[in-house]
Design a protein. Structure first.
Ligand code: URA
Length: 446
């Protein structure tokens, strides 16, 4: 099968066979396809799309292009579960969700990514913790997965290698925002974790990865359909990104907010509410709970008795971080030298946030990346972010900047102020716009 024939078929709007797709993806992985061929394939797919069956084939071939995680030798007593998010701002859900699921009997091999553009990345947040190693030896990974139940690390080179090449070419050929390519890229990596169940947190709103809400809804339903057809029970949620989820955005700063929740100091936050909702769906899809009430009761008990905090601390220590993070956070999370309030021009309530602009303010402070591979400053970011409906005036700022210097704080302050609209009243925003439960659970959930 010639690669150029496969490209021509897609260029001419034909449906590709499973074999043709697999052949092309393997050629990407073993370097026999040139970048120009990968670019042409990506553009033909961008312009002509793919059917559901083609997208499943592309996803499975991407998943199989490298090694898959294998837990047989570990004899795990519970299901292997994970959550994946399409990326948000002020969104450290994974740091709480992973240990929470582990405390409820799941095993969570969470392979996470770094922040790029306006969205943050779980690995960057964890690397704000002194000593945390996101690339442990395989033996350490397996021991933590079995004994602690959760291990959050980076992607090794041999996991879905075809995606790494294809994504790099998409990035420079204006083909990132192709639905089948996005789905195969996200799921190719996730399903290589060999999961018993997956929950997809698809962000919708002005801070989401895709700009159009209609496109985002289509992404959520396609991801759920493709993952199920590829054999992984999956529930997808469309969750709100018209405001930051946490009250902070940055790296060390978001870890602090998570620690406050784990220590039981915060029980009223949107971050905790959404994490709990995602955890309920994950316990259901993984068969740990039969219905939402049972799942929620189990989750609440684990959080209240400190087991979630304990799992988090054991994971951090097992990956080279401190063993006393919860009680000694300031010693292990370096803070920024300059802290400055940003006030609205007039008093009122916050009626809208430009979430992308808030994310880009973090980038401007040095806490995020414009290009993959850029160094970041884990200390900087924003906290006390006023949510939609929060009253602000000349005592209550719209947010507080943590910067490396006065100059940086000054430069970002106006940009950050403009990201908040202040009016007389605010709309009520849902936390979850829609849930697409795995069909095997439909009886319980409707
Ligand atoms: N995230 C990914 O991993 N791949 C994409 O294509 C888009 C978002």
């Amino acid at each position: 099968m010639l690669l150029q024939d496969i490209i021509a078929a897609k260029r001419d709007g034909q449906t590709l066979s499973r074999e043709a797709i697999r052949h092309f993806v393997m050629a990407i992985a073993d370097d026999s396809a040139g970048n120009e061929q990968i670019g042409a394939f990506a553009m033909a797919t961008y312009l002509n799309g793919m059917s559901l069956d083609e997208t499943v084939a592309l996803t499975e071939a991407t998943r199989d292009s490298g090694s898959r995680l294998d837990y047989r030798s570990l004899d795990l007593p519970g299901p292997v579960l994970d959550k994946h998010s399409t990326g948000g701002v002020g969104d450290p859900v994974s740091l709480i969700l992973g240990p929470w699921l582990a405390a409820c009997g799941a095993h969570v091999p969470m392979i996470s990514g770094r922040g790029l553009g306006h969205t943050g990345g779980t690995l960057d947040k964890l690397e704000a913790i002194g000593g945390y190693n996101v690339t442990p030896e395989r033996a350490t990974f397996e021991r933590l997965l079995k004994d602690v139940g959760v291990v959050i690390v980076g992607q090794s080179g041999d996991l879905a290698p075809a995606d790494k090449r294809l994504y790099a070419v998409r990035d420079v050929t204006a083909t990132v925002s192709s639905l089948p390519l996005i789905v195969a890229s996200i799921l190719g990596k996730k399903l290589a974790e060999n999961l018993d169940g997956l929950v997809m947190d698809v962000k919708i709103g002005n801070g989401a990865f895709l700009e159009s809400d209609a496109h985002t809804r289509q992404l959520a339903s396609t991801i759920a359909d493709v993952a199920r057809q590829a054999g992984t029970p999956t529930t997808a949620l469309l969750t709100d990104m018209n405001q930051t989820l946490a009250e902070s955005a940055g790296n060390a700063i978001e870890v602090h907010e998570c620690l406050a929740i784990l220590r039981g100091e915060r029980r009223d936050s949107r971050l905790l509410q959404l994490t709990r909702r995602l955890a309920v769906e994950t316990l259901l899809v993984g068969g740990i709970a039969k219905d939402r009430e049972t799942a929620a009761a189990r989750l609440d008990a684990c959080l209240a008795n400190g087991q979630v905090a304990e799992r988090f601390e054991r994971m951090v220590a097992g990956l080279g971080g401190p063993s006393d993070l919860l009680s000694q956070a300031p010693a292990h999370l370096v803070g920024a030298p300059v802290v400055r309030d940003v006030f609205a021009q007039q008093p009122g309530v916050v009626s809208a946030q430009d979430v992308k602009a808030i994310g880009m303010a973090v980038v401007a402070l040095g806490g995020g990346r414009r290009r993959a591979g850029d160094a970041i400053d884990h200390r900087v970011g924003i906290d006390q972010i006023a949510g939609i409906g929060q009253a602000v005036d000349d005592h209550r700022p719209v947010a507080r900047i943590h910067a490396a210097s006065d100059d940086n704080a000054q430069r970002v302050a106006a940009q950050l102020r403009d990201a908040f609209t202040v009016a007389d009243q605010a709309p009520a925003l849902p936390l979850v716009h829609d849930t697409l439960p795995d069909p095997s659970l439909a009886g319980d959930l409707r």
